[in-house]
Design a protein around this ligand. Structure first.
Ligand SMILES: NC(=O)C1=CN([C@@H]2O[C@H](COP(=O)(O)OP(=O)(O)OC[C@H]3O[C@@H](n4cnc5c(N)ncnc54)[C@H](O)[C@@H]3O)[C@@H](O)[C@H]2O)[C@@H](O)CC1
Ligand SMILES: Nc1ncnc2c1ncn2[C@@H]1O[C@H](COP(=O)(O)OP(=O)(O)O)[C@@H](O)[C@H]1O
Ligand SMILES: [K+]
Length: 499
């Protein structure tokens, strides 16, 4: 259930189902019934206003209106456009509606009751303007609870972007699988609670569609998650290396190192410039410290093949020394996580980074926030595109897994897969939480987890850890919340948060 279907893929799922013998009107009847079920949880005295658009989304609205009327609700239905312009299944559904049809552009909104938004769904093809925009604005200003059919009208199902203006719903009923627009911002904020309804589309159609976008839940990466061997030992659990900045910036690498250890790496070493060695040695216990000055020093540490994953960037200056150190890892080569200063260091010459990734052929994960992303991929990635699209293009360009962070963190792989997270609370917006995330990814890669799965797992666990703590969270808390998350993952088949 964690596949996310773009509107085009969803249309294909409908098409395959219809071709296999289920009439389209049957799908529409089930969709409309699912909407009626959600709306119908309210008391029978609740007035219902169903706003229908010109396509099949409106068709679902006609069905829902009929079923709610049959159940005893007082239902008004208003259509945005001429009735004789309805086609296909929507026209069939409208023919089964016996009540009056008001003009949606003129119909008054009830001061009480609930509104069903069946104006526009997967067929949104352009920015909403004119009378339709005025209607949506009126709905939003009305302050009535809204149940959206499939998508809040005006939200682009593929990108989650607002096309001109979009309905703000309290609940959204969608069908078969969620769409990226339910998970990505701002779409998610317009959806309210998303209710997923099955309408008789067989899961087997997904084999034909081969979706590439996923909700980031444990089911996505659990099969690749490290398993503890009874006869294991610390060396077999991997040895992560976190590169520290100078004496004024050692905390970032320490937090990354602690996170790598907590997530299960057998050993973790902080590679320290001479200036910071004393500070680090006094501040670390299970995490080890080794001297590493510049690229040459780091290269020497990497002569030991057991140091099998590297985290770089937190606390580093975006300068030539940092670039040379990144290239020392490419020369080694080792699975690598690049964050913060190690990303910004390549802002003036991103090609140099991309060449290094390609030449080393080592799994590389870049973890930019929006600002770092814009610096590294400026010009190469259309700023107006949706977040998953931007992350995927960047991943292809860099030949690396790109973790584009935020409330809807996208993990994108060069092969076209992307995982979108919806479990990160805003408490994660605190200094150093990104450093912890980088360390978590490195800790999983040290244990042999592939880059896309490691990054996806770390992002989900980062969110789950923060959820366990609540308000007052600081980055230092995060590594020590991981044991609880790990244990829940092990005991809860659903993955401590469901699928
Ligand atoms: N058989 C199927 O394909 C099924 C479809 N279903 C419903 O059908 C919907 C998709 O139906 P459609 O493909 O007809 O698309 P929609 O009903 O979402 O919208 C298409 C209509 O809206 C118009 N339109 C597009 N953008 C507009 C804009 N910015 N301003 C004003 N008008 C605009 C188009 O000209 C077209 O008439 C889904 O969201 C879902 O609700 C469900 O009934 C399940 C089965
Ligand atoms: N509003 C938010 N909701 C959820 N997660 C957030 C929010 N703001 C930031 N985060 C997360 O917090 C982390 C911040 O990382 P980053 O920006 O690199 O900060 P720092 O450099 O201080 O470590 C990222 O994982 C990001 O996804
Ligand atoms: K809608």
């Amino acid at each position: 259930m964690h596949e996310l279907l773009t509107p085009a893929e969803m249309a294909e799922a409908d098409r395959l189902t219809i071709a296999a013998g289920t009439p389209g009107i049957e799908l529409m009847e089930r969709a409309g019934r699912a909407v009626a079920d959600v709306v119908g949880r309210r008391p029978l005295s609740t007035p219902v206003l169903v706003l229908c658009g010109p396509g099949n989304n409106g068709g679902d609205g006609f069905v829902a209106a009929r079923i709610l009327t049959e159940r005893g609700f007082r239902v008004r239905l208003a259509l945005a456009g001429p009735r004789d312009a309805l086609r296909g299944d929507a026209a069939l559904a409208a023919a089964r509606w016996r009540g009056p049809v008001e003009d949606a552009f003129a119909a008054p909104l009830d001061p009480s009751g609930v509104i069903v938004d069946a104006l526009l769904g997967a067929g949104l093809a352009r920015d909403v303007a004119g009378a339709m925009a005025a209607l949506i604005d009126r709905v939003n200003r009305g302050g009535r609870p809204v149940v959206a059919v499939d998508l809040p009208s005006g939200i682009d199902g593929a990108s989650g972007l607002v096309r001109g203006i979009a309905v703000r719903a309290g609940e959204t009923v969608t069908f078969f699988r969620r769409k990226p627009g339910h998970v990505l911002l701002p779409g998610r904020l317009h959806c309210g609670a998303v209710r997923l309804a099955q309408i008789g589309i067989a899961g087997a159609v997904l084999e034909r569609i081969a979706p590439r976008l996923f909700l980031n839940v444990p089911a996505l990466w659990r099969p690749a998650f490290p398993v503890l061997a009874v006869d294991g030992n610390k060396y077999r659990r991997g040895h992560a290396l976190a590169v520290s900045g100078g004496i004024e910036a050692t905390g970032a690498a320490r937090m990354a190192a602690r996170a790598a250890l907590r997530i299960g790496a057998g050993l973790v070493t902080v590679a320290a410039p001479s200036s910071a060695l004393m500070v680090l040695a006094g501040a670390l216990e299970a995490v080890m410290v080794r001297r590493a000055d510049g690229a040459a020093g780091l290269g020497r540490l990497l002569e030991d093949a057991r140091r099998n994953a590297v985290v770089m960037g937190p606390g580093l200056d975006p300068d030539e020394e940092t670039r040379a150190m990144v290239e020392a890892v490419f020369a080694a080569p080792r699975p690598l996580v690049l964050d913060a200063g190690a990303i910004t260091a390549f802002a003036a010459d991103p090609e140099r980074l991309f060449r290094g990734v390609a030449a080393s052929a080592t799994p590389t994960v870049l973890t930019p926030h929006d600002g770092e992303f814009a610096r590294l991929f400026a010009g190469a990635v259309e700023p107006g595109a949706g977040k998953s699209e931007r992350a995927l293009r960047a991943a292809r360009l860099a030949g690396a897994v790109v973790v584009l962070k935020g409330p809807d963190t996208v993990v994108a792989a060069p092969d076209g897969r992307a995982a979108i997270a919806d479990n990160a609370p805003p408490t994660l917006g605190t200094a150093g939480s990104g450093d912890v995330l980088a360390g978590m990814i490195g800790g999983l890669m040290a244990q042999g987890m592939p880059a896309f799965e490691a990054a996806s797992a770390a992002v989900w666990m980062h969110g789950a850890a923060a959820q366990r703590f609540g308000r007052g969270l600081i980055a230092e808390d995060l590594p020590d919340l991981l044991p609880g998350v790990l244990q829940a993952l092990e005991t809860d088949e659903d993955g401590a948060g469901g699928d």
